[in-house]
Design a protein around this ligand. Sequence first.
Ligand code: ADP
Length: 587
Amino acid sequence: MSRVLDEPAASAYGRIMDVPPDPATAPDALTTLRALLRGHRGIGSVVGLSILSSLTEGIGLLIMVPLLLSLEAGDGRAAHYLDILGLSKTQFAMLALGLGFLLVMLRVAINLALNVQRRRLEQDVVDGLRMRIFGALGRAEWRWLSQQRGADHVAAMSTQLGRINAGLYAAIRVLGLLVSIGINLGVALVISWQTALAAILSGGLIAAIFRQQRGRVARLAQQVTPLSNHVHRLGQEGVTQLRLNRLLHRQPAAEAELLAAVQRLRDVQIGHGRDVALIGGAAQLVTAFVAVGLVAFGYALIGLPIGMLLPLLVAIVRIGPMIGGAQDSWNIWVHAAPTVEAVQRLVAQIDAAAEPVAAPDMPRIALDRDIRLSGVTLRYPGRDRPALEGIDCRIDARTTTALVGPSGSGKSTFADLVTGLLAPDEGYVEVDGRVLSGGDRIVWRRSVAYVDQHAMLFNATVRENLLAAVPRASEADLWAALDAASAQFVHSLPAGLDTAIGDDGVRLSGGERQRLALARALLDRPALLLLDEATSALDGDNQAAIADAIAALHGRLTILSISHGGWLLDRADRILRIEDGRLTIER
Ligand code: ADP
């Protein structure tokens, strides 16, 4: 059944599912952000803490006004304030400095909490999406899954979630910056509304001057993601295809390809870094120039004392870079928002293809009598002819049945129906007289074990591979299963059960992998064992070892074996032949 989800994961990075949003219907970036954050309680604390953090800064600046005024010789207003408070100049200065220090301590504590909350919110949203995709895939109907590109799902869970994470980080930063800008503006307005107004107007002017350059930097930044994805994909493919590249003498070509991609990315990144620094420097110069103008305006035209001008300037000068930062961060989010929509569309699609749900406490189905198929027809979407049509047959419990027929005739589809992976379009499948419908199909699958020609194994130890099927199995259970699968070779492995077997079991021979997969299948004491071309890739000796193991199981459990022919046909109780989706009973 290699046809199911057989895309190599490596190609995922090559086809990032960048479904361009339809501009007519695509929500704007702000709507997407609101929808993404809705229901996450963390957003309230992030906003609240951002306000508190900025307030400590704002109050710190405002305290400087009376402090500086009091130090300014001959200022009548200062003497007036000190009279009201009944404090000497020195007492007031000490008080103001002490308060300033307290505010700094408070801000450090608030920022600590704010950073934790920000991270928590970001992770909540991204992990939530990750679990939604993963969970939805686990519940999706097999027939639907087999029509999909597995690579799209891998990309959604890796590259796309990464992009959403970076975008969300930027969007939350914008929120904090907006709060800060508001508070600093407030401080400026409290000190001198006329100067603040002049500052806002000049700020608007600066923003207009640098708009174009910022746009160019944003476009450069957008090139970084696809280029770095490309580098990532080439690196990953190069590692997974080392063997193939060597066989095809492609290693130098692969290296040249990676080098070219790395250089393109390097150029864009260096260019981006240089432009950011240039614009930042130019903006600083213009801001300093405007600041000098504001001082002149405040001092000469409105007659503001230095004690008020200084804190005012600090507040205003801070706002410039914050506006720039907020714009840049917002651009990052705007770029990530379509990815959020693409992932949400994908989740909705997967959800729509969900299997019926089985009650968690439903007992396993034993298979004491037989499995029956009556009038079963199944069509794959987009195919004119049904893959199986009008199938009627019976498989008796504890017999061995061989399923034969040419490639593409419908054998795997038949096996998927019998094991409950697929539901028929017409007719029904029964186990011991119980029709497999709704959640029963999922419950029945717990009684079925499956071994195919690929012997899918985890990169772990023999023990871990076995325990993946039955986590609570005892040592004796493990050895019993290995014995039943003729897998005594495990005794002579360097660390026995604790020998690591490598990627997909590369450190074992083909026959050993197959017997280990069979042992794992038997460990859960299945009612039905499905062998899908389980020995077709093996040599004679290994086939014989598996044949002996399976022969020993004969009569103990129900076995359905898909094969092109060979040793099992002689031992099978029944032979079913499928041709062009129709079934005949050969024996
Ligand atoms: P076999 O196992 O005998 O090689 P299959 O059961 O895999 O045959 O396939 C039967 C027919 O159904 C073939 O024509 C095959 O192309 C088609 N088919 C199998 N799986 C799918 C699928 N997921 N989507 C569309 N067509 C499929």
